[in-house]
Design a protein around this ligand. Structure first.
Ligand SMILES: [Zn+2]
Length: 271
């Protein structure tokens, strides 16, 4: 019943206020860098937990990437908003996200017009996976600046998943039989895939696993410094293929060599 009231309230507000989600429908809770917005008073404990975890995660990511000062950009009115819908149905319905989506980040969404993480309550993986993943996206976009679109989506998704707890080992195990049986996504397709346009959940899972595997391959085989240089080339607006050969030119002379070396690595043959 309460949920129905919430739907009606949101619907009326949306109709009255154009395309913006009704700001009045949310209760706010703030910390230094985040503002959690939730809808039901009894969700305040969950909202508080999300808020404190988000601060811890941002602190960890900032230290991981060695760019602590960067967090100054997220204070006061630039706090990142974390929108917590009460459940998956309302989340999917009001955001238009795919059925498989558990959350997303945006830095200028039509719905919320700000840096936001949008997700819903009651998910077991909120602290270990969803929040770290989405906050990593926001950090990535700020670091890459205006040229973040130059990075292929797998590159960004691979980096976001580095922050998810236990994901690396799971993906290593999962990808081995996939590449051995030749069922990976060929690089000429993989380079241009966008998960937001994919509906097949098996393909989406494979896309994410392969994304993390390729990012791990670059970092583990050729080091963090080269990986940073690759990100820097992308920040300067360089196309991925060109950035790759600039940084790893002595190693990969072509995309097909990049692919074949990754295949060896993912199959456990060293790469
Ligand atoms: Zn993502």
């Amino acid at each position: 019943m309460r949920l129905i009231t919430f739907f009606i309230l949101i619907l009326v507000m949306v109709l009255c206020s154009g395309n913006a989600v009704a700001q009045e429908a949310f209760i706010d809770m703030k910390s230094t860098h985040f503002m959690v917005r939730y809808t039901l008073p009894e969700e305040s404990a969950a909202a508080l937990e999300v808020l404190s975890k988000a601060e811890q995660i941002l602190d960890r990511i900032s230290r991981d990437i060695g760019f602590v000062k960067y967090t100054d950009f997220w204070t006061w009115d630039k706090r990142v908003k974390i929108i917590l819908f009460p459940d998956q149905i309302s989340y999917t319905r009001f955001t238009g996200q795919a059925q498989w989506s558990r959350g997303y980040a945006s830095r200028n969404s039509k719905l919320f017009r700000d840096r936001v993480v949008v997700t819903y309550n009651g998910q077991a993986e909120m602290n270990s996976a969803i929040l770290p993943h989405e906050i990593a996206h926001l950090v990535f976009w700020d670091l890459l600046g205006q040229n973040y679109a130059a990075a292929p989506e797998w590159f960004e998704e691979g980096i976001a998943q580095l922050e998810e707890q236990d994901k690396r080992d799971i993906v290593r195990e999962a990808m081995r039989p996939v590449v051995i049986s030749g069922k990976h996504i060929p690089f000429h397709v993989f380079m241009n895939l966008k998960p937001s346009e994919m509906q097949d959940e098996t393909q989406v899972s494979l896309f994410y696993a392969q994304s993390l595997s390729v990012v791990l391959f670059l970092i583990e085989k050729y080091g963090q410094d080269s990986f940073y240089r690759l990100s820097k080339e992308l920040r300067n607006g360089c196309k991925f293929e060109i950035a790759l050969t600039r940084v790893y030119g002595g190693i990969f002379t072509s995309m097909s060599e990049f692919e074949s070396r990754w295949l060896k690595y993912a199959a456990g043959d060293g790469g």
